[in-house]
Design a binder for this molecule. Sequence first.
Ligand SMILES: *Cc1c(COP(=O)(O)O)cnc(C)c1O
Length: 425
Amino acid sequence: MEINGSREWNFRVEEEEQGNAASAVTVRGVLNLLFQNIRKDDNNKPVDVVIPLGHGDPSNFPSFRTAAAAEDAVVHALRSAKFNSYSSTNGLPSTRRAIAEYLSDDLPNKLTPDDVFVTLGCIQAIEMVITALARPGANVLFPRPGFPYYEARAAFCKLEVRHYNLIPEQGWEVDLEHVEALSDENTVGMVMINPGNPCGSVYTAQHLEKIAEMAKKLRFVVVADEVYAHICFGSTPFVPMGVYASVAPVLTLGSISKRLCVPGWRLGWIVTNDPHGILKKSGLTRKMINCLDVSADPVTFIQGAIPDMLQNTTKEYYSKIVAIVKETAETCYSKIKDNPVIDCPHKPEGSMFVMVKLNVSLLDDINDDLEFCIKLVQEESVIVMPGVALGMKNWLRITFAIEPSLLEDGLQRIEAFCQRHAKKQ
Ligand SMILES: *Cc1c(COP(=O)(O)O)cnc(C)c1O
């Protein structure tokens, strides 16, 4: 196209591509929209305390301060002056070894340092795995509801996405029949999140084994996002998917962000659970290493702190965090049960979230979940995530990982909001 007789700039982004970028729903994008709607006074200050039930980052609340051992490990690594250089590509050898040992506690096939690839948080682990899986014609299976960064990253890599359902009435288990119906010879992988974001689900060993059997039958890799590993407070204990790696190969993704409440430290990992060497032989491991070769590495002194951090953080610290989320999850669940407008099909047993169904027919002037969330922040300064951002229209995701007193306040405001907008009988 010519403008004023001169040629267009070569880097102009085509409209179609602009449209794609704009339509990618991200948690950050939705949160930004909600935060823009906070009621402000004339000095541009919020009129009320804002209660963030929209995303899972409790690290700023006093109850969720990280372990003293974790802080000490970072200070010590920094002051040692041994960690000021560039990292090696897949992570420092001592860091990889420490993560392999930490995760091997729960596994029958012990991991070696070579199975561990250190990443900039679990986010970069997702980026690397999706990039490595993408090839022309391939498709990948994601859960609905899920974690929208996966969709955004797949769109970026032009990897086709197919969504399998989770079954609310069965503790949000994977609908395995649906998985089978969706997959074909171009299905390269299936992502599962356990403990579950956004559902608060924790899968039993039996269910994990069935997933592994299905992956074996359908010949794809299981990508197990276990960023909430061990944050379990119901009757089902956490079992890593890697336990079933002898059935089908598993890529486990994780980080220190959630269990240690330090998402800003940006340290995560990809682990190959591959006792039969299938991932290696397929070339996927090599491709992942190639992707990592051209990516930024996590900060070296945080990597340097990992061995001490994982070794010295006490059981008491981990139990304390789980005890707090157990209590806040209870509060959340019982308050939701009292509110006819929202319904929780499954009591949360893990992670930091619960999915609730919004009964819009009981509301007077609210037509869907997004409108509910925008009006809620405008009127009550409470942020919750609309289900539409996670693939589930007219549901809401609520996090209970915040300071307990603040959570109660937030749930009361939701209740008041629902009453105010209820249809008059
Ligand atoms: C928070 C989260 C991540 C990202 O973890 P970081 O370590 O903060 O990058 C990945 N997956 C799920 C399901 C999450 O909730």
